[in-house]
Write a protein that binds this ligand. Structure first.
Ligand SMILES: Nc1ncnc2c1ncn2[C@@H]1O[C@H](COP(=O)(O)OP(=O)(O)O)[C@@H](O)[C@H]1O
Ligand SMILES: [Mg+2]
Length: 221
């Protein structure tokens, strides 16, 4: 997962949605999916046919979560593509925040806390994230997890606070450590230094090493 470095072909569906407005590829993932910005006020995520179902799952989760917290509003969707309204803020791995890793770590931690406090477990229609085993240890606290809580999926506003979450295709009910283990792990990948304790402190919890190890190991499979 990274910022695009080579020229990217813009699919027809993106050109149609853009209708002459400026299109910029902003993100390429390991499945061959590409996210395009349309004039800075919308995004279109396009996935290869083999992985199109992931975007169907994401659209339904975004629509559910949007009434509780800041996630992209779905503008339109179809087989293999998802068009959303832009949320304010920059990705936590944008160069602006990569140069301020401690502030980014704190925003990610407090942002996950906001998300977990906002989404109601008892009204969540989705099962656990795909990578979380059904025989996971008894939860420290069961929450609706972001499901893919790596740093690029938290957006941070100019005030240094989380302005929303993206990439909710694996949102589901699980122990909050399913998100916290991945979020803390991804700091080192994205920033080269890990402010894990600061992220957890901003979330409002002390490290639970057994749960962190458990969920990191599951995530890596
Ligand atoms: N609606 C949106 N508002 C703001 N930024 C977005 C939006 N949708 C996508 N992005 C940006 O595009 C990047 C890639 O989108 P994401 O849904 O995370 O795709 P992927 O599944 O490939 O990781 C995000 O990290 C974020 O920076
Ligand atoms: Mg993402």
């Amino acid at each position: 997962m990274s910022f695009p470095t080579e020229s990217v072909v813009v699919p027809d569906v993106v050109l149609r949605i853009a209708d002459g407005r400026r299109v910029t590829p902003v993100w390429v993932n390991e499945l061959g999916g590409v996210t395009f910005s349309v004039a800075g006020d919308a995004f279109v995520k396009v996935f290869p046919p083999d992985h199109a179902a992931l975007l169907t799952a994401e659209a339904v989760r975004l629509r559910w979560a949007a009434s509780f917290t800041a996630v992209p509003r779905v503008l339109s969707t179809g087989p293999g593509w998802l068009h959303t309204a832009a949320l304010p803020g920059r990705s936590a791995v944008d160069p602006h925040w990569a140069a301020r890793p401690l502030e980014a770590a704190r925003a990610i931690g407090s942002g996950l806390r906001l998300l977990h406090d906002a989404l109601p477990v008892d009204r969540c229609p989705f099962d656990r994230p795909s990578w979380v085993p059904d025989d996971a240890p008894a939860a420290d606290r069961l929450v609706v997890c972001q499901g893919d809580a790596c740093a690029p999926n938290t957006l941070i506003g100019d005030d240094g606070r989380c302005s929303g979450h993206v990439d909710l295709g694996d949102l589901g009910v699980a122990d909050r450590w399913a998100d916290l283990a991945v979020a803390t792990m991804s700091l080192a990948w994205n920033f080269g230094e890990a402010h894990e304790e600061e992220l957890l402190d901003a979330y409002g919890v002390g490290p639970q090493h057994g749960r962190i190890a458990y969920y990191r190991e599951r995530w890596a499979r």
